[in-house]
Design a protein around this ligand. Structure first.
Ligand code: DGJ
Length: 704
């Protein structure tokens, strides 16, 4: 809801209030919901501003920076007008949130006739406010945009800057540092949102936690500056190498960001989950239960010839979808060749891709396919026939990462080629699922006719154009984004792909942490999570099959191992796991998700997914055994303290004890739950990772 008094606007979400003064571009208040109706008088002035520019005596990190037609770079954006729009403006060719909502539009104009527009969209059903910015060049000559942030929020007080950082196979580890007396930055210059620095950040202070979440998959930058007791948060496209020429009469839209406030990190996460699930993920798969899949990668790697045998076993185990990963095309026997040659490797497959897909379907499974459309191998027909499609700087030796080059997605011809080839692959095998991979970061950024300062963003615009066309063309196909695991795990991609491969690291202990870090900004319904072989191929550690399953239940369950090699006992266990998952997947995939304990070195970690009416929940507790230390004391979360619940441990093949008891919701959440046999895992010797896990089903029995 948006209320107006003069030039003061009050934006209301269920739990938060944002009060803006349009004419002075001030944030009068942002935080916990204000209920009183008299809201104008007391909140008359504030040091907090909606945007910051160079040239008016503000020497900190700015949200808008232009080079004017006359070569000067000072601006003075002065209030022009404001209005409430009944519908959210469309962001052409950019990812965006959607849904019923009102939008506040604010307009500021500089003496050069360049206008700055700010948009605030309030979603009544969640606490997120979508924010974006636009520059319209009303001058007679071209200008240069050196920076246009999507959102600026200034907050009074001091804050911790919380970011989610990592690397390949250890994405999104939570980091916090105090912001004091300067600017602190979280950014990607990799051409993708990156494994290293996710575009979701939080500002945590005495009054609560503020979340800022960019809907963008390319170079991004989030900064927090503390100056004179005010903390400025800015998020948007990275200004690294950014220089956008805007001709007379043209406009430039910054990508959207979502911001929200909550009293606790947990509450903020659930706001972000609701926002992503309700207003970002779209299409036929939005709220649909996701299939249990078996993916060929860690089971077969490039030996895609054993697929039908694997599919047969997968069907017996209860899987619903078989995904043929890398290795099925061109002459792809390792990662040195064939990207771009999306023709069937009949010799390896023993038949065409279409026939293979038919055979998999003949086993009673849906068929899914892997593709990496934005890339090119120098050892490929495509490179031989269209070398100009590759992204390279003329006269320089390109940097090869994973032995491959990227395509120049800023070029329309390349974009059309990618749409054509991906569409052809999907059509010819009748895929129900597509894993869209992207396995290198960008280094040789260059496109003929594309200004250097525009390259990164034009690359992303090209990608979005292609993806949106393909997704529209195949509305029933389930797309899973992937980028060497989680290098494009962001709301930009999630605007097109309803799920994303969270990480290439499938080690249960590492995965628990990666999923835990990811869960701050993203719901479990977007996180691909697979059970893989033991010892794990990335870490070398072993974890019991039940532990691997318990952890994978924190996301969208799949198996990624050679199912033919499972022992008969393990096959029975997997079949029981899949049947359990199918019975409870609505709750696991779409329940309200809470992190339990502290998966990063606390006494225990884990998660609980609770039904919206709090009548049912499934919890996973994980703890590392230490010599002569008793099992942890545990607290569940999200239950109703006024209900009595029946708690049953899922029948795990590695525990003899089939625990079951009843207790009030308040007792279950008080932090004193104790399971004496927690470390009595019968398969402990297989457990070099030393992590023990148990899963609990929690059902309401009655009111207290
Ligand atoms: C990286 C992905 O993250 C893996 O899951 C797998 O698809 C490989 N690429 C295939 O090359």
């Amino acid at each position: 809801m948006i209320k107006k008094k003069g030039t003061v606007y009050r934006l209301e979400t269920p739990a938060t209030t944002l009060v803006l003064k349009a004419d002075t571009a001030q944030i009068l208040y942002y935080g916990k919901k204000l209920v009183s109706a008299d809201w104008c008088e007391a909140l008359r002035s504030s040091p907090c501003r909606l945007f910051s520019e160079y040239g008016q005596g503000d020497f900190n990190e700015q949200s808008v920076l232009l080079v004017n037609a006359d070569g000067g770079f000072s601006t003075n954006f002065v209030y022009s007008k404001s209005k409430i729009l009944a519908e959210k403006p469309v962001l052409e060719n950019l990812p965006s949130s959607y849904g019923e909502s009102k939008t506040l539009e604010l307009k500021y104009v500089d003496a050069t006739k360049v206008a700055l527009y700010l948009y605030y969209t309030v979603f009544e059903d969640t606490d997120a406010i979508a924010v974006s910015a636009k520059i319209v060049n009303g001058a007679k000559k071209e200008i240069h945009i050196k920076k246009l942030a999507s959102v600026q929020a200034e907050l009074t007080g001091r804050f911790e800057f919380i970011t989610f950082n990592g690397a390949w196979a250890r994405e999104r580890r939570k980091n916090a540092r105090a912001v004091c007396g300067g600017t602190f930055v979280n950014e990607s210059r990799a051409g993708a949102s990156s494994h290293a620095h996710n575009p979701f950040v939080m500002a945590k202070g005495e009054k609560g936690v503020f979340g800022f979440h960019l809907l963008y998959s390319g170079n991004h930058k989030e900064s927090m500056t503390e100056y004179d007791g005010v903390t400025r948060v800015i998020a948007g496209i990275n200004d690294f190498m950014f220089d956008w020429t805007l001709g007379a009469g043209e406009e430039f839209c910054a990508p959207e960001a979502a911001m929200c406030y909550a009293e606790t990190e947990d509450a903020l996460s659930r706001q972000m989950h609701a926002f992503a699930a309700e207003h970002v993920v779209r299409g036929k798969w939005k709220k649909r239960e996701r299939p249990v899949l078996v993916n060929s990668w860690e089971g077969a790697y490039f030996d895609a010839d054993s697929v039908v045998e694997m599919a047969k076993v997968s069907k017996d185990l209860g899987a619903e979808l078989f995904v043929l990963d890398d290795g099925w095309f061109g002459r792809r026997n390792d990662d040195t060749s064939s990207l771009g040659d999306w023709s069937d490797n009949v010799e390896k497959l023993g038949c065409t891709l279409a026939e293979l897909a038919e055979r998999v379907r003949g086993c009673g499974l849906k068929f899914g396919i892997w593709i990496e459309p934005e890339m090119i191998s120098e050892e490929s027909e495509l490179f031989r026939s269209r070398p100009a499609y590759a992204m390279r700087v003329p006269g320089r030796t390109p940097v090869r990462l994973r032995n491959q080059l990227a395509l120049n997605m800023a070029d329309e011809k390349v974009q059309n080629f990618v749409v054509r080839t991906v569409s052809d692959v999907i059509s010819r095998c009748g895929a129900s699922y597509v894993k869209w991979d992207y396995n290198r970061m960008l280094t040789d950024c260059f496109g003929k006719g594309v200004a250097a300062g525009e390259y990164f963003h034009r690359y992303m615009l090209g990608v979005y154009k292609v993806i949106s066309k393909v997704v529209k063309r195949f509305p029933f196909v389930l797309f899973e984004g992937c980028a060497g695991g989680g290098a494009r795990f962001d709301l930009g991609m999630m605007s097109y792909f309803p799920q994303i491969w969270t990480s290439d690291n499938t080690d249960a202990r590492d995965r628990l942490q990666i999923q835990d870090g990811s869960s701050y900004g993203y719901p479990q319904s977007v996180m691909g999570a697979h059970v893989s072989a033991s010892p794990n191929h990335q870490s070398g550690d072993s974890h019991p099959l039940e532990t691997r399953f318990n952890v994978a239940c924190g996301g969208l369950l799949g198996y990624e191992l050679d199912v033919r090699k499972l022992s008969e006992k393990d096959k029975k266990t997997v079949a029981a796991q899949i049947s359990f998952y199918k019975e409870h997947r609505k709750l696991l995939q779409f329940g309200n998700f809470y992190r339990l304990g502290d998966s990063f070195g606390g006494d225990y970690g884990g998660f609980i997914s609770v039904s919206p009416d709090r009548g049912a929940a499934i919890a996973v507790i994980a703890a590392e055994k230490r010599t002569n230390v008793p099992p942890p004391r545990v607290a569940f979360k999200g239950l109703n303290p006024a209900y009595v619940y029946e708690v049953t441990a899922r029948r795990q093949e590695n525990y003899e004890n089939n625990l079951s008891f009843t207790a009030g919701g308040d007792v279950l959440m008080c932090g004193e739950l104790f399971f004496p046999d927690f470390y009595d895992d019968a398969s402990a010797r297989e457990n070099s990772g030393c992590m023990y896990t148990r899963m609990f089903l929690i059902k309401k029995q009655k009111n207290l």
